[in-house]
Design a protein around this ligand. Structure first.
Ligand SMILES: [Mn+2]
Length: 304
């Protein structure tokens, strides 16, 4: 169990994807009863509200290879600083999106905090997609397909330089888990970085237990610990139907929980982020409810 106070930050970001609705993710998670459920575990919990983010309708429509970059980078600066404040006051940051572009801010906040203490961080990126596009390679210009590349140092300077020391995370301490949809140009960048990737094939062949064991080893090698950036679309659509870009063939309910349980058991998780919940595409509020159950497992809930 995490002894620190869990501090939730909502980031109602809906500028990084092509489909509206994920800005409602933080509300859906609150309505699913996150606070009460975390307190029921005996943990201390604070809801720190939302980071302000503009609504796309209030902005000029843009056709660009990195849509809404200024607004996304601005929110990420705010998020980075708030995550830094939480860490400085010994809180455990729990960031709720919003689309996955917010990870640039979360990871930068963690990275900067530890860098100032002479430490590195690791990164476990759980996702159906690689999120390894750049403005040059992205077919859509949607920044939620670019945050992992940005964290590893490739992308717009407004994102890659967020932590003040590029790259935000060293590729040798980053690992992708759950992937099953990768663009050709992303594949090239994954290979160039030598990034460790556990696709669904490896999960099927090795089992999620072995995959998480290896992923945690990579993310903790020479680091102060790791951040878990969890895109709900990494789980199978039968578990989490309410996501912007569902892809069949993801992790089952139990495999998804084992990702969380292993992260908790490692004692090395520095922060947790859940992204891409889209209540408009959901069936009732079942995706947010699944997200709450997964968060509880990550915070140390176990059957016995
Ligand atoms: Mn993602």
């Amino acid at each position: 169990m995490i002894e620190k106070t869990i501090a939730m930050l909502g980031v109602p970001m809906d500028l990084g994807g092509g489909r509206r609705g994920v800005d409602m993710g933080p509300s859906a998670i609150r309505i699913a009863g996150l606070e009460g459920r975390v307190r029921d575990l005996g943990l201390k919990f604070e809801d720190r509200g939302n980071v302000p983010v503009d609504q796309p309708e209030s902005l000029d429509p843009v056709d660009s290879d990195a849509r809404f970059l200024d607004e996304i980078a601005g929110a990420c600066v705010d998020l980075r600083d708030r995550v830094g404040e939480l860490l400085a006051t010994d809180r455990f940051p729990l960031v709720i999106g919003g689309d996955h572009s917010i990870a640039c801010g979360t990871v930068a906040g963690l990275s900067r905090h530890h860098h100032e203490r002479g430490e590195k961080i690791g990164l476990i990126w759980f996702d159906a997609h690689a999120d390894m596009n750049t403005p040059e390679t992205s077919p859509s210009g949607n920044i939620h397909g670019m945050p992992l590349a940005s964290c590893l140092g490739r992308g717009p300077a407004a994102l890659t330089e967020l932590s003040g020391s590029a790259p935000i995370v060293s590729p040798e301490n980053a690992v992708l888990v759950g992937v099953r949809s990768v663009d050709a140009e992303e594949r090239r960048l994954v290979k160039e970085f030598g990034l460790e990737v556990f696709t669904m094939r490896e999960i099927d062949m090795l089992g999620i237990h072995e995959v998480m064991k290896r992923a945690i080893e990579i993310a903790t090698r020479g680091t102060a610990g790791f951040h878990l950036s969890f895109d709900l679309d990494g789980t199978d659509p039968s578990v989490a139907p309410g996501v912007g870009t569902p892809v069949p063939g993801g992790t089952t309910w139990r495999e998804s929980h084992l990702v969380m349980e292993h992260s908790a058991a490692s004692g090395a998780m520095l922060g947790l982020e859940m992204t891409e919940i889209n209540p408009i595409l959901d069936d009732g509020n079942q995706t947010a409810q699944a997200a709450v159950e997964l968060i509880l497992s990550a915070l140390g809930k176990s059957v016995l």
